[in-house]
Design a protein around this ligand. Structure first.
Ligand code: NI
Length: 169
């Protein structure tokens, strides 16, 4: 937090740009970084690349065995009226948690890392992760979405007083 790229709108990738060795290597490096820090998502601006892509584990209960999905030029459309508060954190804001309202059901449209168009209906925690990561591409951080700062917590206090709910990224 504090690096200007985290607050900028990231640039879309062309299919040709996506297929370059440099961008494919960036994706591999982002996957390694996300795994190393036990994250569930990592967006381009978080590694100081202002490109519209993120990598994520879009499972209900992600762990080391979850498949990594790469989403390029993602667009999110809410698929229902439900909005739910849930805990989130962010690798760019270490050891902080807060309750963030997100759409419960969304459709995520994007390209995969080969440039193929994909459309994913997502519900609950994976929908939350996709919204958090797509926000990064517009320079939005999770506490910008909080209705109140009252739940903003250090990880230690979160673990002591709150840790039962979901935890994003
Ligand atoms: Ni984040």
């Amino acid at each position: 937090m504090g690096h200007p790229v985290l607050r900028e709108r990231a640039r879309p990738l062309t299919p040709a740009g996506l297929r370059t060795p440099a961008v494919q290597k960036l994706i591999d490096d982002m996957i390694d970084t996300m795994r190393e820090y036990h994250g569930v998502g990592l967006a381009g601006p978080q590694v100081h690349e202002g490109l519209r892509l993120f990598v994520a584990l879009l499972d209900d209960e992600p762990d080391e065995s979850s498949d990594v999905v790469t989403l390029v030029n993602p667009e999110i459309v809410p698929a229902g009226p439900a909005v739910e508060e849930g805990w989130e954190g962010c690798l760019s804001i270490p050891d902080i948690r807060g309750m963030v309202p997100r759409h419960v059901d969304i459709v995520l449209r994007a390209l995969d890392r080969t440039g193929r168009a994909i459309e994913l209906p997502l519900h609950g925690f994976p929908a939350r992760v996709a919204q958090h990561e797509t926000d990064h591409l517009d320079g939005v951080l999770f506490f910008d979405r909080m209705r109140s700062m009252a739940t903003l917590s250090y990880l230690e206090e979160y673990s002591r007083y709150w840790a039962k709910g979901d935890e994003g990224e």
